[in-house]
Design a protein around this ligand. Sequence first.
Ligand code: ATP
Length: 379
Amino acid sequence: VVGKICQELGFKGYLVGGVVRDILMGRRIWDLDFVVEGDGIKVAERFAQHYRVNVHPFPEFGTAHLKVGDFKIEFATTRRETYPHPGAYPVVEPASLKEDLFRRDFTINAMAISVMEEDFGTLIDYFGGLRDLKDKLIRILHPLSFVEDPVRILRALRFAGRFDFKLSKSTEKAMLNALSMHLLKQASRGRLLKELTLAFREEKLLDILKLYRQYKVLEELIDGFQWSQDLELKLEKLKEVVSWHKIEFPDKKLEYGWLYLVILLEKVKGEEFLRDMSAPAWVRELYRTYKEQAKEVIRKLHQAKKPSEVYLTLKGFSEPFYLLLAIEESLRPKIVLYMEKLSKLKVDVSRFSGLKGKELGKAIENEKLRLMDETFTLT
Ligand code: ATP
């Protein structure tokens, strides 16, 4: 359909960027990015008419967004971008497909597929993206790429972690150079933190964090941050807890990435950082609770000899907090018992028919405590 519309308007249309990479890798795709040599918004409007959906144009960027079913589709006019200073928002002008691809971050993200009738499906690969995809390499398109946009440092490590790719030799050198110039500190904080948030949503977050450690990236971004053996171990343990939770409670759609961030920020004053990251309220609350109360709760849990003591210690906290506590392996049986059994225990209230209000509540609670100590044992 896009090809036909482009043909009618005398334009040329291509799929570009991440979607092309994902198609070549045989991955599922939900975001379709098209560029048009001509006028992307015009094509988007006709496309929207054809599918009878709404279109959201952004004329200042020459782009338009729409949704068809589960697919998120973007149309853009092919453009060149110049960065007035490192990490700034770019200045945009219309340009050829080749220039549009050249402004992109890495060779694997700088390929296009034609959607025109005459050469439908043809791969356009000016910079060796397909070869790098096969060699599992992240490669920038020109040596100053990271200087031009330091956000790409984080993107490179995110893709390397996600796909288990390496940085090409020259890319690594350029990255180290950009890092040594402390460009991450100078780049737009908003853009950096937005990119960082994407990393914290990745399935292979731990691998990405290991790369962050290797290249000392978080030290640049978080005041006072330092890696330690203990921190790395905690993150590994958190991964075990998260895998367990995903299997045990598949319906609870938790954004686990935030838990890793809470642990990373444990030793610094992270409130401001979380605010800058636009972390949801539950994350900021969790961070506060973890810093203020985790030590004491852990001490009490260690001491708990009966299920009722475990229950009374853990009652009232949030599920993410329990997951953080479960980082400590020796506490896991107690936490699991609480989450799977104690917190769900129900008592027969018909026995307390004479009681009301506070008294009834108290009687039920006491009965619960009695029942759990009778039913469960701590191993
Ligand atoms: P994901 O799979 O995470 O969505 P993506 O490659 O689709 O990855 P987007 O952030 O949606 O990433 O960006 C789409 C495309 O825009 C990229 O594939 C890349 O070509 C280009 N791009 C994005 N950010 C930058 C950047 N900072 N510098 C240069 N090109 C970029």
